[in-house]
Design a protein around this ligand. Structure first.
Ligand code: ADP
Ligand code: ADP
Length: 229
């Protein structure tokens, strides 16, 4: 049951005389309900892949399908709608609105969504049931990331794309955030793709994809992912 498919995707940058291949002939199926971690060192092409899957960037070659539709054929208007409706983004630095409460941050993101989930339920699910009316500055990094996750999930997107979601957090808080993303994956049957250079995060994946120099060098199911309490 394929959600997304990347077919022979390449992204080339021309830097004067030099061509940089940020993605090289990437073939990838993402199946519905998967919990995937894309692991690779800085410069290996993770962000490039995430930006292409998220409709923020177009490949120079190849095609990308979401639910069977070729998003590389979309114009800007359709790509904007695609990002809004199909993708929930979680970033390293949360990207919250400082002047809005936790609840209002989630509310704002869901306003234009057709199938949004119940905001209070999602805030409960991320463990912020009693912090809904607090502002981001009153909350810890881990809590702010919980708001960001609630904001992405409440849109009820087809795919959650997380870009170094633990990158600004200490190790223990990072593990808690990963655990939450896993709970969300199971509870809402949401497909989750996380990119990171953090090896221990990779060990929590159900499926681990390793990248080097714009290529997928390994793609395997993890039979015994670490699932902390
Ligand atoms: P990662 O997310 O794994 O750090 P990136 O996808 O950001 O990797 O980058 C992959 C490669 O593509 C790197 O060599 C990077 O320098 C290059 N690259 C990324 N974006 C650009 C750009 N806009 N212009 C030129 N080169 C780029
Ligand atoms: P608008 O400008 O109307 O918000 P966008 O297409 O810019 O429309 O944004 C749609 C969605 O895509 C938003 O949820 C936003 O968070 C996300 N998004 C847009 N641009 C980027 C980007 N460069 N990196 C990550 N996420 C982005």
């Amino acid at each position: 049951n394929i959600l997304m498919k990347a077919e022979n995707v390449s992204k080339l940058y021309q830097m004067g005389e030099v061509t940089v291949a940020a993605a090289k002939n990437v073939d990838l199926n993402i199946y519905k309900g998967e919990f995937v971690v894309v692991l690779g060192p800085s410069g290996s092409g993770k962000s490039t892949l995430l930006n292409i899957l998220g409709g923020m960037d177009l490949p120079t070659d190849g095609k990308v399908f979401m639910e069977g539709e070729d998003i590389t054929s979309y114009n800007d208007r359709k790509l904007t709608a695609y990002r809004r409706e199909k993708i929930g983004f979680v970033f390293q630095f949360y990207n919250l609105m400082a002047n809005l409460t936790a609840r209002e941050n989630v509310e704002l993101a869901t306003e234009i969504c057709k199938d949004a989930l119940n905001i209070d339920e999602v805030l409960e699910a991320v463990g912020l049931g009693d912090r809904k009316d607090h502002f981001p500055a009153q909350m810890s990094g881990g809590e702010q990331q919980r708001i960001a996750i609630a904001r992405a999930v409440a849109k009820n997107p087809a795919l959650l794309l997380c870009d170094e979601p633990t990158g600004a957090l200490d190790f223990e808080t990072g593990i808690k955030i990963l655990t939450l993303l896993k709970e969300i994956n199971k509870k809402y049957n949401k497909t989750v793709v996380i990119i990171t250079h953090n090896v221990p995060i990779g060990e929590m994946a159900d499926r681990l994809i390793k990248m080097r120099s714009g290529e997928i060098i390994e793609d395997k199911i993890n039979d015994s992912p670490i699932n902390p309490e």
